[in-house]
Design a protein. Structure first.
Length: 269
């Protein structure tokens, strides 16, 4: 069989509450890698955090990070960045609404104003992987623009006030040069207009001269939906958001029941 490129979201897809890939997932990935198939992390996490997960799986995994804004293929890293006006508009909206907002570069996290008082160590771990010391405070639009050439994407997280989050989403949707999505009900993912995981897969396939009809992807969030609709076999996790379960072409079991391994083992008998 011709090899497949297989793209895996991280949180609630490849890993669950343990924050580590399960033995079943690791076994399926290693077995199929030895058969010639190529696996990719495809995450909203920053490159440094996504790379930590990739290293748990194996030394040869490539990475799509920052919701498609960054790719690392065979050691070569490419990235796209917000322009200065888009960053200014995001800052003005989220600062005005007091929405906790984070921006990512390839190796650190920039946060606006103060971290929320209830921002837990678990929250830091989900945003910055195992490296919460990478945080940099941003206290003005000018300060944010000074980092423009390194900022690849961002996220707004508001777990307590759904109405406030939706108010922010409505205003952010009007920002030129910005696309919004969600990986969970309490957040707004921020990417450069036209950039998402599907766009990154298109770029990877072109870079590797690989046919789209030999691609597969797994995901659970709305920020995965373009990817699942773009590849040949787009597989929604059993725990995926309702919109993703409705629209994704294929489905597997949930993350607690090793949905990635379950589908891979059935597909590559």
């Amino acid at each position: 069989m011709s090899p497949y490129l297989i793209f895996m979201d991280v949180d609630n897809t490849l890993i669950g509450p343990s924050l580590k890939p399960s033995p079943a997932n690791l076994d399926a990935i290693h077995r199929l890698s030895q058969a010639g198939h190529r696996f990719f992390i495809a995450s909203g996490r920053a490159l440094f955090s996504a790379q930590q997960i990739a290293n748990m799986v194996g030394p040869d995994l490539n990475v799509i990070a920052s919701n498609g804004s960054v790719t690392k293929v065979d050691g070569k890293v490419t990235s796209v960045h917000f322009d200065a006006q888009t960053l200014t508009d995001i800052y003005n909206i989220t600062h005005d609404l007091h929405l906790p907002t984070f921006f990512f570069s390839k190796d650190r996290v920039l946060y606006l104003d103060q971290l929320p008082a209830d921002y837990t160590e678990d929250g830091k771990r989900r945003v910055a992987g195992e490296a919460p010391d990478r945080y940099i405070r941003i206290d003005s639009a000018e300060h944010l623009r000074a980092h423009q050439q390194e900022i690849t994407n961002g996220i707004v997280i508001e777990p307590h006030d759904a109405a406030l989050l939706e108010a922010g989403r409505a205003r952010l949707k009007n920002v030129a040069g910005l696309d919004t999505s969600s990986s969970f009900i309490d957040n707004i993912e921020l990417t450069k207009h036209g950039v998402n995981k599907a766009d990154a897969i298109r770029r990877v396939c072109a870079q590797l001269d690989h046919p789209l009809d030999r691609t597969m992807a797994f995901g659970d969030g709305n920020n995965d939906l373009e990817m699942l609709m773009y590849v040949k076999y787009g597989v929604a996790m059993g725990n995926a958001a309702p919109n993703v379960l409705e629209k994704a072409p294929y489905r597997t079991t949930d993350v607690a029941h090793d949905g990635v391994a379950s589908y891979l083992n059935a597909f590559f008998k």
